[in-house]
Ligand binder design. Structure first.
Ligand SMILES: NC(=O)c1ccc[n+]([C@@H]2O[C@H](COP(=O)([O-])OP(=O)(O)OC[C@H]3O[C@@H](n4cnc5c(N)ncnc54)[C@H](OP(=O)(O)O)[C@@H]3O)[C@@H](O)[C@H]2O)c1
Length: 323
């Protein structure tokens, strides 16, 4: 099969061996693959795959099941699915534990389904299972126009939370409003903690910036607020006044999806199952939609990375692989 191979950060479409399904795995003939910031970090040597994972880029795909490993039941060859991966998505075929496979939601086309696994599992596990967002609370989402941000906004809005977002331009903020954001903050000209003062502060913050925003995030939270950090685009190390945590009874948490084991508490199997229960009905009802910015051919994966890096993206960038 063909797959994208990385050599000294250069990407090429090359011949590699076909995967075979281990026990408990299925092989998917890939139709589309999602592009994630993690792929760009991995390409640069800064985000190695977890032990045992494919070293091919790609954390999510959609496609059709073409082979079943021993012990797999409930799926058949030809089934249209999408899947969460620890790696291997930039390829014509990928093997994946069956627990990480999700049926394509009714009403979603097979290519767009590749935009769902990473954002849906990341958002569901973080804002609900980790930060326990509830109806009527205020959620601040940094990077409201990103793949994660556009999905989180729709989900939180659908669940009856109020949503504040940060983004860099008015165009992006206008799109965020269409997805359900109530409070729009241009981070290039506004201080988000100051803006949120009028709303009494955020109950939950979904943060992708890390160190650079930590102090302001603590300031922006109200009493009993929860900060969940899922990205470190603004660095890993900083100093804070712990007094703010104590006085407002704040919680600061961090998670990553890729490093979770498949099984066990908090594992990928658990995350996928709860995402299917919580999020898939909202997608099938049309309340939450996949947001696809642009689709590139697999051979142009480098151009897809350049596009994601351009900052000119709303939602997800995909690679078209089969069909
Ligand atoms: N921990 C996990 O399990 C996990 C899983 C998936 C993704 N993530 C992380 O989630 C983030 C979003 O990923 P993605 O693939 O959806 O899209 P992405 O293309 O990585 O999105 C980057 C976003 O960062 C925003 N941004 C940059 N500087 C900012 C700042 N100073 N303040 C507020 N926003 C800022 C950008 O907004 P503008 O364009 O408006 O500047 C853009 O929306 C990434 O950091 C990714 O690593 C984590």
């Amino acid at each position: 099969m063909k797959a994208i191979v990385v050599e000294s950060e250069n990407l090429s479409l090359s011949d590699v061996p076909d995967p075979t399904p281990a026990s408990g795995e299925v092989v998917i003939d890939v139709v589309a693959a999602g592009v994630n910031r993690a792929d760009i970090l991995q390409r640069a040597g800064n985000y190695p795959p977890p032990p045992g994972a494919s070293d091919t880029l790609g954390l999510e795909v959609s496609g059709r099941i073409s082979a079943l490993g021993d012990g797999v039941s409930g799926w058949s060859e030809g089934d249209e699915v999408c899947a969460l991966l620890a790696g291997g998505g930039y390829a014509e075929k990928v093997a994946v534990p069956v627990e990480q496979v999700l049926a394509v939601p009714a009403g979603v086309d097979l290519v767009s389904a590749a935009a769902l696994p990473e954002v849906a599992c990341t958002v569901s596990s973080n804002i609900f299972d980790t930060a326990h967002l509830t109806t009527g609370e205020l959620l601040l989402i940094h990077g409201g126009s990103s793949g994660i941000g556009t999905h989180a906004t729709q989900i939180a809005h659908a669940m009856g939370a109020r949503v504040a977002v940060t983004a860099r331009t008015q165009d992006k903020l206008d799109r965020c409003r269409e997805f359900g954001a109530d409070i729009l903050i241009d981070y290039s000209s506004q201080d988000f903690a100051e803006v949120l003062k009028d709303a009494g502060g955020a109950d939950v913050i979904l943060d992708i910036i890390g160190a650079k925003y930590l102090a302001s995030n603590l300031k922006a939270l109200r009493t009993d607020g929860r900060l969940v950090i899922i990205g470190m685009q603004g660095g890993t190390t900083t100093e804070i006044n712990l007094g703010h945590l104590l006085a407002k009874r704040l919680s600061v948490m961090g998670t990553t999806l890729r490093a979770r084991p498949v099984h066990g508490p908090g594992g990928k199997a658990e995350v996928v199952a709860s995402t299917l229960t919580r999020t898939w009905p909202l997608i099938e009802a049309g309340t939450v939609v996949p947001v696809v910015d642009r689709v590139f051919p697999l051979a142009d994966a480098g151009a897809a990375h350049d596009h994601l890096n351009s900052g000119d993206v709303i939602g997800k960038v995909l690679l078209s692989v089969g069909d």
